[in-house]
Design a protein around this ligand. Structure first.
Ligand SMILES: CC(=O)SCCNC(=O)CCNC(=O)[C@H](O)C(C)(C)COP(=O)(O)OP(=O)(O)OC[C@H]1O[C@@H](n2cnc3c(N)ncnc32)[C@H](O)[C@@H]1OP(=O)(O)O
Length: 400
């Protein structure tokens, strides 16, 4: 359909993008006070608009880096503010925006794209696969204590929000990253600033200082302190630790704050070790597991050669990518690396399914059993499980 045009928006048009996007997700426009912060979350040149001639659809991005299994980092974009005006949906506007955005990323040498999806049925057709998952849990702070043998040491420093926004970005940058973690560019911290300033109770941060300097932090605020009788929940919006000692130290602090009934952590890695630290593991309760990041391999060859692999017999994976056809073809995956090959494929899959196994979140065997991978060599699924498997669960921890 071509009765609309797609173009990159100027900075002065960003507020219209925000208004349109918020309308599509049934939120009111930002007021002037919020827009002071929200505007800083827009990367110049990062927003696309669809016009007919009014603005009827948007999609935007910011540049970042993604950590892949093995620790290498490659360029990614965080895709956000995707919305099409309700009276212009289902006529190809999103498809045109996604196509233009991905082609631009490919031309710029971006290797990945990440997003958080409003609905699970939208993005698979554009090559995005669910690549990280997270779990939420609540800990009964009145009851929970860490085991006496839990790691201890280091110092804790409590910061108000202004100071936290100065200090935490540097601590984050210095931490080792899991597969799936992104760098946090300035625009992302501006988003978090906006969100944290919105709370009616003060947001705080606690930084853990280990032998080599700051090695972890948690950002939180407490809800419920104004109602009587009160039931307070300390909500953890960020928690990153570069060592087991920092992780235990941050939790020990959070669980020891007075007048807190519950500590809620919404989006933690699937293998977050909190239960192992609690003296009574039933003082914490997993509330649910949910989607986290959807990943698009924009440059399949570069993505496959960037990550590390486990030990197993080599496997040839044939990939199909209708949207970015240059990615289609066969790739030889070995413990020493990956690259294009003419050898016959043991596994065939689309680029969406490849994204699901890329960070190790889903196994090729499970996806083959689900009918999403065509198996041509019966030995290939088990070998691919070992090649693509990771030691720690992939997780991003960054939301936008
Ligand atoms: C990263 C983020 O920002 S997530 C936020 C996404 N935004 C929203 O959820 C806001 C509310 N929804 C919308 O604004 C729109 O309905 C959008 C953006 C989801 C879809 O926009 P449209 O212009 O209607 O999509 P378009 O017509 O290009 O459809 C492309 C394809 O996606 C499908 N599709 C569109 N929306 C959905 C949906 N919500 N669920 C499942 N499939 C969908 C279409 O059926 C079409 O399928 P096809 O490839 O088989 O033909």
């Amino acid at each position: 359909m071509s009765d609309f045009e797609i173009r990159t928006l100027d900075t002065e048009e960003h507020r219209a993008v925000s208004n349109l996007f918020r309308e599509t997700v049934h939120m009111p426009p930002s007021d002037d006070a919020e827009w002071v912060y929200a505007a800083r979350y827009y990367q110049p040149g990062g927003a696309l608009g669809a016009f007919d001639p009014e603005l009827i659809g948007t999609a935007r991005l910011f540049d970042a880096e993604l950590t892949v299994p093995g620790g290498a980092r490659r360029p990614t974009v965080g895709v956000t503010s995707v919305g099409v005006r309700a009276d212009r949906t289902r006529r190809g506007v999103l498809r045109a925006l996604m196509t233009a955005q991905l082609e631009d990323c490919a031309a710029r040498g971006v290797v990945f794209a990440n997003l958080l999806a409003s609905e699970a049925g939208i993005y698979g057709r554009f090559g995005y696969g669910l690549a990280t998952r997270c779990r939420s849990y609540r800990v009964d702070a009145r009851r929970a204590r860490l085991r006496p043998d839990a790691p201890a040491g280091g110092d804790l420093e409590l910061l108000d929000l202004d100071r936290a926004l100065e200090v935490c970005p540097g601590v984050y940058d210095g931490l080792e990253r899991r597969p799936g973690m992104m760098s946090r560019p300035e625009v992302l911290w501006r988003l978090y600033e906006m969100q944290l300033r919105r709370h009616t109770t003060p947001a705080k941060a606690v930084v853990h200082h280990g032998p080599g300097g700051p090695d972890g932090f948690a950002v939180y605020h407490v809800e419920g302190a104004t109602a009587h009788p009160w039931t307070t929940t300390l909500e953890v919006s960020d928690l990153f630790a570069g060592s087991a000692t920092a992780y235990a130290g941050l939790w020990r602090f959070l669980l020891g704050i007075d007048l807190v009934d519950r500590v809620a952590a919404e989006s933690r890695p699937l293998d977050d070790p909190i239960e192992l630290l609690l003296a009574d593991h039933r003082s914490g309760k997993v509330e649910g597991i949910s989607d986290e990041h959807w990943l698009r391999l924009v440059d399949v060859g570069e993505a496959l050669s960037a990550r590390a692999y486990g030990h197993a017999d080599p496997v040839v994976v044939e990939v199909t990518d209708p949207l970015l056809p240059g990615n289609s073809g066969a790739y030889l995956i070995t413990p020493d690396g990956a690259g294009r090959t003419d050898r016959p494929a043991g596994l065939r899959m689309d680029v969406t399914t490849l994204a699901m196994i890329y960070l190790g979140t889903w196994t090729p065997s499970a996806l083959a059993d689900a009918g999403r991978i065509e198996v041509r060599d019966p030995a290939a699924p088990a070998a691919a499980d070992l090649l693509f498997g990771t030691r720690v669960a992939a997780w991003s921890g960054s939301y936008f």
